[in-house]
Design a protein around this ligand. Structure first.
Ligand code: SF4
Length: 58
């Protein structure tokens, strides 16, 4: 679980450059991005990549 601002500095397993290097997460611009709370969708509000399912909680 992390903010969109933080996610934009994590590598996406799906996106690559023309030179085959990983690209950063696109955050809410990507259809796989999920918000923790749909009422809170700002750059510092929490969310996660839905590609691997929901986040594991303690
Ligand atoms: S939300 Fe997931 S699939 Fe979408 S850009 Fe970010 S890491 Fe990649």
């Amino acid at each position: 679980m992390l903010s969109e601002n933080e996610a934009k500095f994590k590598y996406c397993p799906l996106l690559k450059t023309g030179q085959d290097k990983l690209r950063f997460c696109q955050g809410a611009m990507c259809m796989m991005w999920r918000w923790l709370d749909l009422e809170k969708t700002g750059p510092t509000d929490k969310g996660y990549c839905g590609l691997a399912g929901g986040p594991v909680r303690d």
